[in-house]
Design a protein around this ligand. Structure first.
Ligand code: PMP
Length: 318
């Protein structure tokens, strides 16, 4: 945990996991100055504990901090906090292929303030937890998604492009309703026209038609996923044509495949998409579709140092 005071800058160190002491007037509890990150440390094929592109998470947290009027933690402060958390919890990193150590950096406006304004002080807290597959059906079972018709996740000019905690509370009721109806999650549409795919509650979305892979562009309303960015590069290297372009629901319903990407979901094939009661099935039931599997395998090989790292994305935790 590192604390920021305007007079002394960032200071802190390792602490045992436990409650945070906050005053009731802490900014974050009243006005929601909170951005976070999600990362994974994994055991690699070379026997290292590795992180995947942590500089990207640092940059995204800095951008989110600016948007929420918080002091952006410098990349070295962020990386030091993450690396020392992994080192201190190295014994919790599962064996290769059995999961990972999920890391959750939080930037919170912890100082007290009564009137609406930015907090006088901040905390950067990183905690860790060993995790397995994100969806309860397991990593390679395709997920069933439904197009959300009532609620939007983000408005133009809002905070959809940041990992602000406030983006996630409005999603809970939607996600719960979808799960009750048998879906793993929902796909949000753009708030302006209700026509284009945006993303899923915790991952980005891609469609495949022939050799062309499409994913919604970063227009400020979807999260710039680290996995999304990496998959775009990897897929191009594998010979696909990748377009960052608007994807209509109709187009998605007519795609050959759909998959989602994220730190938690990795690459998850979509087994079906339901829109206005119409269900489109992709591939064989229970089996990941071809492109999704190919990209999943390429990405995880790279992330686990089972192949080359041509892009320099792997950071070993010494
Ligand atoms: N969209 C949303 C809304 C998310 O919460 C996440 C998870 N951080 C993603 C996309 C995927 O981002 P990343 O690949 O960086 O995990």
């Amino acid at each position: 945990r590192a604390t920021y005071h305007p007079s002394s800058g960032w200071e802190g160190g390792l602490e045992p996991y436990g409650p945070l002491q906050l005053e009731p007037s802490a900014q974050v509890l009243n006005y929601g100055q909170s951005v976070f990150e999600g990362m994974k440390a994994q055991r690699s094929a070379k026997g290292n504990i590795v992180l995947f592109r942590p500089d990207e998470n640092a940059a995204r947290m800095m951008a989110g901090a600016e948007r929420l009027s918080m002091p952006p933690p410098p990349a070295d402060v962020f990386l030091d906090a993450v690396l020392s958390t992994v080192r201190a919890n190295a014994h919790y990193v599962p064996p290769r292929g059995k999961g990972s150590l999920y890391l959750r950096p939080l930037l919170l406006g912890t100082g007290p303030i009564l009137g609406l304004g930015p907090a006088p002080s901040y905390s950067l807290v990183v905690y860790a937890a060993a995790v397995g597959a994100y969806f309860k059906t397991g990593q390679l079972t395709p997920i069933d998604l439904v197009v959300e018709e009532r609620f939007h996740r983000a408005a133009p000019g809002g905070m959809g492009g940041t990992k602000a905690a406030g983006n996630y509370s409005p999603v809970l009721v939607v996600q719960l309703a979808a799960k009750k109806s048998g879906y793993a999650d929902v796909v949000y549409l753009d708030a302006k026209t209700d026509t284009y795919l945006e993303e899923v509650s915790s991952c980005n979305i891609f469609t495949v038609k022939g050799n062309v892979i499409k994913t919604p562009p970063l227009a400020g309303t979807i999260l710039p996923g680290v996995t999304r960015k990496s998959v775009i590069q990897l897929a191009r290297q594998l010979g696909y044509e990748v377009q960052e372009a608007n994807v209509t629901v109709t187009e998605a319903m007519e795609a050959d495949e759909i998959f989602t990407t994220g730190t938690a979901v990795v690459v998850s094939a979509v087994g079906s998409l339901t829109h206005r009661g119409q269900k489109k099935q992709f591939g064989e039931p229970g089996k990941p579709t071809k492109t999704a599997l190919r990209i999943y395998e390429a990405l995880t090989a790279l992330q686990q140092e089972a192949g080359e790292d041509p892009f320099g994305w792997i950071v070993p935790v010494a």
